[in-house]
Write a protein that binds this ligand. Sequence first.
Ligand SMILES: Nc1nc2c(ncn2[C@@H]2O[C@H](COP(=O)(O)OP(=O)(O)OP(=O)(O)O)[C@@H](O)[C@H]2O)c(=O)[nH]1
Ligand SMILES: [K+]
Ligand SMILES: [Mg+2]
Length: 534
Amino acid sequence: MARLARAAASVPWCRWAVRRGALPWAQAFSSAATRHTIFALSSAQGRAAIAIVRLSGPGVDSALQRLLPAGAVLPPPRTAALASLLGLGGGLLDRALVLRFPGPRSFTGEDCAELHVHGGPAVVRAVLDALQALGLRPAEAGEFSRRAFDAGKLDLTQVEGLADLLAAETESQRRQALLHTTGAARRQHEEWRHSLLTCLARLEAMIDFGEDEGIADDVAAGVLPQVQALRGQLERHLASAVGGELVRSGVRIAIVGPPNAGKSSLLNLLAGHDAAIVSPVAGTTRDLVQVQLELGGNKVILIDSAGLRQTDCPIEAEGVRRTVAAAQQAHVVVHVADAAAGFGASAGQAQADEQPADSAALPLAPHALQLWVLNKTDLLQPCAAQAAASQQLWPAAAQAAAQQAACDAAAAPASGSGGQLSAAHESQQPLLISCRTGQGIEQLLGALQQHVAGLVAQGGDGGMERALPTRARHMHHLSEAVAALQRYEAAASSQLEVACEELRGAARALGRVTGAVDTEEVLGRIFEEFCIGK
Ligand SMILES: Nc1nc2c(ncn2[C@@H]2O[C@H](COP(=O)(O)OP(=O)(O)OP(=O)(O)O)[C@@H](O)[C@H]2O)c(=O)[nH]1
Ligand SMILES: [K+]
Ligand SMILES: [Mg+2]
C-alpha cells in the first residue's frame, strides 16, 4: 500500500486530488496508472481562422516534445510560444502557438496543453492524426470536464453550469450559468451542509458524553432554531426553482383568439420573419407555430395557434384542440381579437356552424398571466378605437382580467414577487395594436417583457443575482433535505438519536447536489451533455 501511495505521489495531480480529499490514495494511483493522455479539437468543427486542439494526461509533455523539432525546448508554463509542429516523418504540419498548463494548475488537474493551429480542416486533421500516431487517444464527450470533476477541480453544480454556459443563448441563461460555473451554488450548498454537520457534531458529542439530562435538553434546544432557519432557507431556495427552470427552458407565450384576428400576423411581427402563413381565409393556421425569442434578456417561446371556433372540419378541429392544450401549458396567454369585431367574434363571414369561441373561456394553468390585445386598429376611426377598448366591446375579457386580479390578490402572500405579478394584472386593459402599421407593438412588447421578468424572478429572495436551482436533480435532493429536516424537528424532543439520523440524511441529500457524496449514477448523464473537447 505504501508503495502504491508513493507511486501516486509522484504524479502531481494525484497528490493534489488526494490532498483536497477528492480521491483516496489507492484509487488515485490506479487511475493515474491507467489514465490515457487524451486530445480533442476544442473549438468548433469546420473552417475557421484558428482552431484549438487540447491535450490532457500524463503524456502531454513527451507528446509535445516529439511534435516539436529535435532539440527544441518546451515553452514555460502558461506562456504562448510560436513553434513548428512536425509529423512523424518530420514534415511540417503547421506553425502554431503552443501553451502548456502543467498539473495540478490546469483545468483537469493533469498536465494539459493547447495547440492553436490554423483553422483549416486539413490542418486540423493532420495535427489530430499526428497526435493519434503518437499513441494519444481521442477524448470522449465531456471527458476533460469529467477529469476536472474527478480531480476535485469542479463540483457537479459547476460542471452543470459549464454545460449551461456552452449552451447559453440568452443574457439570463449566461448570467445563471456563470454563477454556477464560478462556484456560487457549490459554496451555498457547502455552507448549508457545513452548518448541518456542525449541529450534528454538537448533538453527537452530547449523546456520547453528556449523560446529564439538563445539558442534553440545552443542546437540543440550541440546535432546533438553527435547523428551522436552515429549513426556511432551503424552502425559499426551492421556491425560486420555478424561475431557474424558466431561465433554462423559456417562458411559453401562447397567442390565442378567434380566426382572422391577426394572431399569425402578430407572431410574424414579433419574430421578425414570416414564420406563420397569413391569409384572409379564416382558419388558416392549424398547427402550432413556435418561435424562440429573447425578450429583455430572457428566453421566450412564442406560440401561434389555430383560431378558436366550432367547426365540422376534423383537421381544423384538431388545430383547435391543440390551441386549447397550448393555452393550458402557457405561462403567458395573449388574447387577440379584431378591434372591429371584438372578442368572441370574427371579422370574416362566419357560417352558422362556424361560430367563433371566446378565448377568455379557455382553461389556463393556475398562475398563467394574461394580456388582452385588440388588433387592426388601423381600420377604425380614432373614436371607434377608443370605444373598442371599452369594456362593452370586451366584457368577457375584462371580466376574466378582473377575476384574475382578484385571485392573485387573494393568493399572493405579502412577498415581493407576488405583489409584482398582481400589480401587472391591476392595469389589465386591452392594448390597441395594428400589425399593419405597427401601432401599439412597442407597448405590447413592454408589457410582455414585464410579465416575463416577473415570472423569472418569482419565488426567489435574491432574484437573478443568486444561483437558482436549475435542474430537477437539484430540486429532488433539496426536497429530500427539507423533508428530513421536518422529520428531525418532529422527533428531536422525544427521540434525539433517531432524529440525528434525519440530520445526517439531510446533509447527505445536500452533498448529492454538489457531488460530495455518492453520485456515480448521475455522473454519466451529466457528462453526456457535453461536446467533445470540453
Ligand atoms: N388592416 C389590417 N389587417 C390585418 C392586421 N393584422 C392582420 N390583418 C389581416 O387579417 C387577415 C388575417 O390575419 P392572420 O394573421 O392570418 O389571422 P389569424 O388570426 O392568424 O387567422 P387564423 O390563422 O385563420 O385563425 C390577413 O389578411 C391579414 O393581412 C391589421 O393590423 N390591420
Ligand atoms: K387567417
Ligand atoms: Mg393564423
